[in-house]
Write a protein of this length. Structure first.
Length: 739
């Protein structure tokens, strides 16, 4: 190998940006972890089913993909990059003593540490451009304006922080004077003036640093030109350390100011103008975690893992002592008295069951009378969960089928069951149908209302409030609650739907009993023992026998103002996707928590079958047949198994991964079995129809509270799916027949 080639390779290997990358791999894996998450997210390798890539590539602000929305996420990513550079500098600056001999050391460190951020930005621009051109139907000019907004946001934050550090950070010359800096820059350990100025013998940095320094031959200067590093062996170690210490203090102050600003921002989380895109909120959360992890690492050195574990144990202990701080409650329900959960089944006596059955039959008699038919068809709608897509689809399905049937679907509908977003869509449609009796209603606008964003305020609240310091409360019916992301979910749902659902459960009691509207049964899952809470305006003890997994809400909370609970709280409890939404603590002894219905019955079939079976005698005698309409937020999966190579990870994780992946498929098998048993034990006719959203693995719609324009169009166009047109035809024929 020639001398010139060897010299080139040496300079390449010991090039400062490359050495920094090696340092991160060896010493600072937590810094790379956050970047890995961001890269996987924008490339669609992380959370694609939940729409996570779209949070970054298509950030929505005030309901639009605008210059402002991209400016905000650019600003947030700029903050993350600065935090990354600060954290890296605090943890690694001392490994490169030549930095202290340079002017503007932090600025030059950041410049040489920009390989990963620059790669991320390049990938982001390409992916965002492709996404906007393919999914949002934007022109070249529209895309340019939005990416310009991103660029300006990014530049604004990085430029502002750069100016701060240029103004506050001091290099060797500013700390010790030009004369000392000049002498040390050109002098050696034999230079007498230098010794006199330092008033001691110069210590050799490289002789007593335990191998902490990393060799660097070249670096990029402020003008992006290649420069050889300045020798620093003859500089006093304490003086060099003082340069780094002063810069570290400024960096720490900057970190503290960022965290304080984020907490302050949380005070305005109910103001729409302060609710930033969810992607920007995620980046803010990453920024906080990155700064905290680097601070702990810097302060505790080798004790960092032990300190983090100890802090987690301490936090866990504190959470037990102050559990009220973390609880999300059911708004409107009284917590003054604790219901006896373990013995609640004892109140379900044969007399109680008979009384509740009689009350439900009375409602069915009124339902039958309002149809005007001697033996009407009884329609049961079971709608599956799935966030905003399920909400929009269940609403659209009911609206369309009602229109083509001259509203016979709603007229013949006895009961609606289901989970999560599907029940939100069904409840919203039912509310508009009730209002239609006395006023004009715009159903088309109702459909688009359900497509409005809910995720941004949830993630923003999680970032600036729930994950940090909860700062605000509110009072309702004498109960004080924290304004957490559960509160924000309900608030945003009300705003999106013009507050028509802002009422207590009892507001629907009279209309349900008089069969003006169909009855809805909500079934949030109880975390503690995997049972289901059955919520309705009427007591339904006949669905909750002693050996049953069901718990009747009205019976359990008869002394807790059960019907005063906010209707939106019931919707929230039914649609509490884990971690995105908080679980809800209820006033029982022992305390129980509830969350998403989908865990136990994502499709509503279990509840429907149970209801029909308990009332089978009346239904068989008073109806000409039962129709179960499944409004499903996806196409039926084909039962195919792809052969895969048996890797070690496949062997280790496949048993658990497959179980979770096929959770809803298992429910569908169980539902098919339940329906088969019901048909065998029911004297009348039972017909099952599927009305499916055009969603498949190849044509996916995000399971999220935030949908893109193309996804909303796909939901709207699902009405024209061939299988749905056939279902529509069969339903109309059935409803128009006398059999």
């Amino acid at each position: 190998m020639s001398k010139s080639t060897s010299s080139f390779l040496t300079k390449l290997i010991y090039f400062f940006p490359l050495q920094l990358f090696f340092v991160h791999i060896k010493k600072n894996q937590q810094l790379l972890f956050f970047w890995l998450i961001l890269f996987l997210a924008i490339f669609g390798e992380l959370g694609l089913k939940y729409g996570i890539p779209y949070l970054f590539l298509a950030p929505e602000y005030l309901g639009e993909l605008s210059f402002a929305s991209y400016f905000i996420i650019g600003f947030a990513i700029g903050g993350f990059v600065v935090a990354y550079n600060i954290s890296s500098y605090i943890m690694n600056g001392f490994r490169f003593p030549f930095l202290a001999t340079l002017s503007k050391p932090f600025f030059k460190y950041s410049l040489n540490n920009s390989f990963i951020p620059s790669l991320f930005l390049a990938c982001y621009f390409v992916l965002a451009y492709n996404f906007l051109s393919e999914n949002e139907n934007f022109t070249q000019a529209d895309i340019f304006i939005r990416l310009l907004g991103f660029s300006l946001g990014y530049i604004l934050f990085t430029l502002g922080s750069t100016l701060y550090f240029l103004a506050t950070n001091k290099d060797f010359e500013k700390l010790f004077g030009k004369e000392i800096a000049r002498v040390l820059a050109i002098g050696s350990s034999e230079d007498k003036p230098a010794k006199a100025l330092l008033q001691k013998e110069v210590k050799k940095w490289y002789q007593n640093n335990d191998g902490k320094n990393w060799r660097v031959e070249t670096y990029l200067n402020g003008r992006l030109k290649l420069r050889a590093t300045r020798k620093s062996e003859h500089y006093d170690e304490k003086m060099l350390s003082q340069v780094f210490r002063q810069n570290h203090i400024n960096a720490s102050l900057f970190q503290i100011s960022i965290i304080a600003a984020i907490i302050f921002l949380g005070l305005f989380r109910e103001n729409d103008y302060f609710i930033i895109p969810a992607g920007a909120s995620v980046v803010l959360l990453f920024t906080i975690l990155l700064m905290l992890s680097s601070a702990i690492r810097s302060w505790t050195k080798g004790w960092s893992i032990a300190v983090i574990i100890s802090a987690l144990f301490l936090l866990n202990f504190a959470s037990k002592q102050f559990s009220f701080y973390y609880e999300s409650k059911a708004y409107g329900l009284s917590y003054a008295k604790k219901a006896d959960y373990m013995n609640s089944f004892k109140t379900i006596t044969p007399l109680k069951i008979k009384s509740d059955l009689s009350e439900s039959i009375e409602r069915l008699e009124k339902w039958k009378a309002q149809t005007g038919e001697e033996k009407p068809k009884a329609i049961f709608v079971a709608t599956s969960g799935g966030g905003s897509r399920a909400a929009m689809w269940s609403f659209l399905a009911m609206q369309h089928l009602d229109e083509v049937s001259d509203f016979k679907i709603s007229k013949h509908m006895v009961l609606g069951t289901g989970s999560s977003g599907g029940m939100i869509g069904l409840a919203y449609y039912r509310e508009l149908m009730l209002r239609k009796l006395t006023e004009e209603v715009d159903f088309q606008q109702g459909f688009y209302n359900l497509g409005k964003d809910i995720l941004n305020p949830i993630i923003f609240t999680l970032t600036v409030n729930d994950a940090l310091i909860r700062t605000q409360r509110f009072e309702q019916n004498g109960e004080v609650h924290w304004k957490d992301r559960g509160f924000i979910f309900e608030k945003q749902l009300h705003e999106n739907t013009q507050y028509v659902l802002d009422k207590p459960l009892k507001a629907y009691e009279e209309a349900e009993k008089n069969a003006q509207i169909p009855s809805l049964i909500f079934t949030p899952s109880i975390i503690n023992d995997s049972r289901r809470l059955i919520i309705n305006n009427l007591p339904l003890s006949f669905l909750c026998q002693k050996s049953s997994e069901n718990v009747d809400y009205q019976t359990l909370f008869q002394d807790n103002d059960a019907n005063n609970i906010n209707f939106s709280t019931i919707l929230r409890m039914t649609a509490s996707f884990p971690y995105v939404m908080p679980t809800t603590s209820l006033p029982t002894e022992p305390e129980i928590e509830v969350f998403d219905s989908g865990l136990k019955d994502n499709f509503g079939i279990k509840t429907t079958v149970n209801y029909i079976y308990q009332l089978r005698e009346w239904l068989s005698e008073n109806t000409s047949g039962i129709v179960i309409l499944q409004v499903k937020d996806g196409l039926k999966r084909k039962n195919t198994i792809k052969k895969k190579s048996q890797s070690l990870t496949h062997v280790l994780f496949n048993p658990f991964g497959s179980l979770y992946k096929n959770l809803f498929e298992v429910q569908q098998y169980n539902n098919a079995e339940l329906l088969s048993i019901l048909q065998d034990n029911y004297k009348g006719s039972i017909k099952l129809y599927n009305y499916e959203l055009n969603k498949s693995d190849e044509n996916y719609i995000s399971l999220s509270w935030h949908l893109q324009t193309k996804e909303k169009e796909q939901i709207l166009n699902s009405i024209s799916l061939a299988s749905n047109l056939e279902t529509e035809k069969q339903l109309m024929t059935l409803l128009n027949s006398n059999r």
